[in-house]
Design a binder for this molecule. Sequence first.
Ligand SMILES: [Zn+2]
Length: 127
Amino acid sequence: MTFLSKQLIDKQELLEEDVKEIEDLHHQKDFLFELMKELDPQYITHDRMVAKLYANLLESLEYNMQRVWKFEQNQEYHSWWYKIPHCKCPKMDNADPLYSGRRIISGDCVIHNGKPANAFPVKGASE
Ligand SMILES: [Zn+2]
């Protein structure tokens, strides 16, 4: 069961259906993390592409989360991206408010290092 702050729910004047949606988004995130654990993005190219796709989906879930919570939809305040399984980006630095708005990407992280667009095959592209 997801723990949600009753105080924050009241402050944001969320409805019961909003709370239900937030719980659902948490469950989707948990399931996505489970699926990620089954991948081997470090050594398998296909898994790396799937992992990057999941990482993009995770960002969408987090944008949705901000929307339902009635917060500003701002990627700078996302906190799930570096918690995704197989991510090698520094956890403590990325959680530090000092670096807020600046993502610290590890060169070893096969999920976040490099341009995501390069990871996906484009139909009709000459490669
Ligand atoms: Zn990473």
